[in-house]
Design a protein around this ligand. Sequence first.
Ligand SMILES: [Zn+2]
Length: 410
Amino acid sequence: MLSRLRSLTVLLALLVVLPVTPARAATPELPDRIAAGWRTDRIYLDPRLAPAFPAAELTRIRTAASTAAFGVYVALVPQSPYTREHLVDLPTLLQARVGQPGLYIVRVVSDDYWSGEEELFRAGGLKGRSLVSVQLDDEKRYDIIDNRPAPGIVRTIQEAATAYDGRPLPEIPGADLEPEREDRGLSVTDREDLSAYIGIGVGAVAGFALTLWLSLRRKRRKQDPRGPFGKPSVSVAQLRTKADQYIRRADRAIERPGLRTKLSVRQLDQRDDATRRLDAARALRNRQPDDLLALAGAFVLARQAEQIAGGSPVQPPCFFDPTHQPGTRTVTWQDDVEVPGCTHCAQALAKGRRPLGLRVWRKTGRFGHDREIVSYWNLDPEDSPMVATGFGALSDDLPELVAERQDEPR
Ligand SMILES: [Zn+2]
């Protein structure tokens, strides 16, 4: 009787709340508002941003969009709890509302930082490459400035055009790139960081990596901003292509005539180091041709082999995502842990954002039948030398660990 009375009280409470709820639900959701806006203008600028939005930026986006051979839909919105939670799905949600093929770009601004998601939807039967694979090959895209939206959006439209019909990517204008760029060589601090990276013995590094892992693992239960959904950062096929490409490049660099004859001791060491890394890259690529972690490891090792064979110092990968530019910056991450990061991730961290990193599938559930998407550092380091070493970002002993595993029975 008492419990019935309670249910009644709850029911009454609900009735009191109810009249308020429909009024709130009447505000259309963000995707509906954007889709409605696109009916008159395919460049949607959120009314809250409009007063202060630079006209030149808008003109540049319009011009780039109007010259594309496919429909370009752009949404410029402020960061909100909704975008924080659903950004990764927004292009798909929006395309479902519009129902047209084309390039869907969503850009979100918080303070003066623009970030976002994009997806290229093609009409059935069209050939071409995926947008992500073009972006992976577009090595300077992480150097594009992000305090204005147009540079990144214009580049995305160009990348989509390349994905669409294979045309070559144009150069990025200098004004769209970050002033301190990596391609002019490493700064003095970078070199010092790198020599520290190379100089530490394997034993010391293993101890360091362990301490690091313990502190990283404490963070494992922290909520991932994108949740366990979405998709891996890169597909297996794309990464396999990339790994194969760099294995061929490293092979050519090692086999070139200058590195075969009349070598100094230093050059011999370099060639041996490059060969060791290339061997490990091949082993990973051939033993696990369908494994995202192994292919990313193969790519990183082959890229290092090519660098070393070319006489450059070895560079650690970006800890957050080994497919990024090398980790030429030392960045402080959670719990004051220092890791190598690429320029892009270093800038994100400096602005207080946590990079999502390389996102991969993880088996969950009692029998491992379910899977979820996680940043790779949430995987068990015991299961993979790539995870244990951060693809060589935390300790430079990935080639040895791969070679050891090769001797183990499979
Ligand atoms: Zn990075």
